[in-house]
Design a protein around this ligand. Structure first.
Ligand code: WTA
Length: 632
């Protein structure tokens, strides 16, 4: 037994689960004892899902960086905290031990202070996958600033929207980021975003790619110069358990992304507890999560979860197919990776290259495999199991969301049973329920419905930044007194859960959440577009692709116009939201009250022409025939 809170057997899982439901406060108080507190809590939990209001470990004081760094120094000072693998395999990898990481974080925390950042300020981070990205997050947390990381694939316009929503006056970025054969000019994109964000006071730039940048006098400073003038000593700010730790923007069914808010203590405990238990981490293991830190998976399972557990965590700068499709396997071999956590889309993509990229790669260090972000199809599951795990590594299929802070439903590696395509069973503290269309709870097994959670766990979101009402209406009004996930779900005869996908207007493209309304807004920005409707369709590699129906006026030039529209989406949101297919139409199927019938459009995009249902109530049924004929 390596962590006092590690679940070691299926029996223990079952008894812990029971206890977590019967006595949640006692259960989580016991777990929380394993962390370092400046002051213990007065009350473990107060909550209602009506307001909603959730507070864990009330009155407790702590700093998450003391848990992630300081407390490991004595015994693990020389243990690698971060192993960094660069985009280019010819470049040397870097290792930061816990002492080194601690020193860097303290120094950069002083840089932030020297530049005027104080507790409660929002700091936007827009960087590539370099160790300094983790340093930036932790330095914010050290001084009580609230970080908001924006994924490097978002456009200037998306950054500006988020900066304005969070009123972030400080930015940490890089000159550029290496990703495969590309060099993304991050600082130039920030400059474009800042045209409409004059409230930004300071931009700190880490040099990585030596891309030429314009440094604006009085606003922009270099990371390295600032580090030279900063001291190593930076005592951690004492934070309340419920003080904000970070904001992370995510897409929903409306056009505007929302800032999901996580707080210090509950998030930390959830990230660490789930990390240790789901992956069954053992001290000394090398954990490789391939996500980007710009998404929640990177926050929880590259940065906070592993570091809170004193683990060794990898940061990989590049992409799975650069310089070739053997890159992941080469990294596993080179760094003796024990745990590999990736997305089904990456597995499907690598699978398409066959097994040649696996030749001469020693994968025998692997003990545990994981997937996240979307349902995994059985073919990909078996390929992963057979060719990567060689049939001896448990695969954890981890279901969770930005809003949940960490994994809610998953098997625990080698400890609880796995089943291909199934996230299986809830973690202790998680109480899933399935609901039917009428809002009734569906009891028993071998049933499916909308997935809700009926009791708070420590890592649940607390609000959406600057708009609590939005949090309430998005998650807590669909079903009374329940957190609604937006996912559909099946519970099989054994009580195992299988997530079937979103039931709202959110797409999951290569494991990235994208709201159809957001894409429509972006398409509609094109001067020739009158109206558009966006739906998902099954895509072999991405899971879901983006299918756009567009009413266009003016000079329609086929593929050129398609490219123009795609370019517009790239400008407004970023390349991740670019439609895969654009079909020009003269009208959209609407009800008499003017509502677009997306169900029909979805069926057509999926190629299920015969299952359109009743179209007679449409304003103009003829348009459906036209759309069917023009399907791409
Ligand atoms: C989907 C990512 C099936 C789901 C951590 C959820 C999954 C959304 C799985 C959240 C899984 C995530 N099986 N579907 N194992 N994991 N999803 O916020 O639809 O980027 O609601 O968080 O991804 O995406 P998000």
């Amino acid at each position: 037994m390596n962590y006092p809170y590690q679940i070691n057997s299926f029996d223990q899982y079952q008894s812990d689960y029971k206890r977590s439901v019967a006595d949640p406060e006692g259960f989580w108080a016991g777990i929380a004892e394993n962390f370092s507190w400046r002051r213990k809590w007065d009350k473990v939990l107060e909550w209602n899902f009506k307001d909603p209001r959730v507070e864990w470990f009330m009155g407790g004081k702590l700093n998450i960086t003391e848990n992630c760094l300081d407390r490991h120094l004595e015994k693990k000072g020389d243990v690698p905290a971060i192993i960094w693998e660069p985009n280019n395999p010819e470049e040397k990898s870097r290792t930061l031990t816990y002492s080194e990481l601690h020193k860097e974080v303290c120094r950069f925390a002083n840089v932030l202070k020297n530049n005027g950042v104080v507790k409660g300020d929002r700091v936007c981070i827009y960087m590539g996958m370099v160790p300094e990205l983790s340093v930036a997050l932790l330095a914010c947390a050290r001084i009580g600033a609230i970080h908001s990381v924006i994924f490097g694939g978002f456009s200037a316009q998306s950054i500006a929207d988020r900066l304005q929503d969070a009123r972030a006056e400080y930015i940490i970025t890089c000159d550029g980021a290496f990703r495969g054969a590309k060099d993304i000019p991050l600082k130039a994109i920030i400059d474009d975003a800042l045209v409409t964000c004059s409230f930004v006071k300071r931009v700190i730039v880490f040099e990585r790619t030596k891309t030429p940048v314009s440094m604006i006098k009085g606003r922009d400073v270099w990371w390295l110069d600032e580090m030279k003038n900063a001291g190593d000593d930076c005592p951690a700010e004492e934070m309340d358990a419920e003080d904000l730790l970070f904001i992370l923007y995510t897409s929903g069914s409306t056009g505007k992304p929302k800032g999901v808010v996580h707080t210090c203590a509950g998030y930390m405990i959830w990230a660490a507890y789930t990390f240790v238990n789901v992956f069954q981490y053992q001290p000394g293991d090398v954990h490789f999560c391939t996500a980007d830190i710009g998404w929640i998976t990177g926050h929880s399972y590259i940065v906070y979860g592993p570091l809170a557990a004193g683990a060794t965590t990898m940061i990989f700068e590049g992409i799975p197919t650069y310089p070739d499709a053997g890159r992941f396997w080469e990294i596993v071999d080179k760094h003796n990776v024990n745990i590999l956590y990736t997305a089904p889309t990456a597995i499907r993509s690598l699978m398409s290259y066959g097994t040649a990229p696996l030749e001469n790669k020693n994968l025998s260090s692997l003990k545990t495999l994981g997937t996240v972000g979307e349902p995994i199809n059985e073919e990909a599951w078996h390929w992963y199991d057979q060719h990567i795990g060689k049939g001896k590594c448990p695969i954890v299929d981890t279901w969770w969301q930005t809003e949940t802070g960490g994994v809610l439903i998953s098997n625990l590696a080698g400890v609880t049973p796995a089943k291909p395509g199934y996230a299986t069973l809830p973690l202790p503290g998680v109480q899933p329920v399935l609901l039917d269309e009428k809002g009734q709870i569906i009891e028993g097994n071998d049933v499916s419905g909308n997935l809700c959670i009926r009791f708070p766990w420590p890592g649940i979101l607390r609000t959406t930044y600057g708009d609590h009402e939005r949090c309430r209406t998005t998650y807590f009004t669909a079903y009374e007194n329940l957190y609604f996930t937006g996912d559909g779900c099946l519970r099989d005869a054994d009580g195992f859960y299988r997530i079937t996908g979103r039931v709202d207007d959110v797409l999951n493209v290569s494991g990235h959440r994208i709201g159809t309304a957001e894409v429509e807004n972006a398409i509609n920005m094109h001067s020739g577009v009158i109206e558009s409707a966006v739906v998902g369709f099954p895509h072999e590699i991405k899971g879901q692709g983006i299918y756009a129906y567009v009413i266009f006026t003016g000079n329609l030039e086929g593929d050129l116009t398609r490219k123009d529209i795609a370019q517009t989406v790239t400008r407004i949101i970023g390349p991740i939201a670019k439609p895969d297919k654009i079909q020009f139409v003269t009208g959209l199927p609407k009800t008499r009250s003017g509502k677009i019938m997306r169900r029909i459009l979805r069926k057509i995009a999926e190629g299920e022409m015969s299952q359109l249902g009743d179209t007679s109530t449409l304003l103009d049924p003829a348009v459906v025939e036209e759309i069917k004929k023009g399907k791409l």
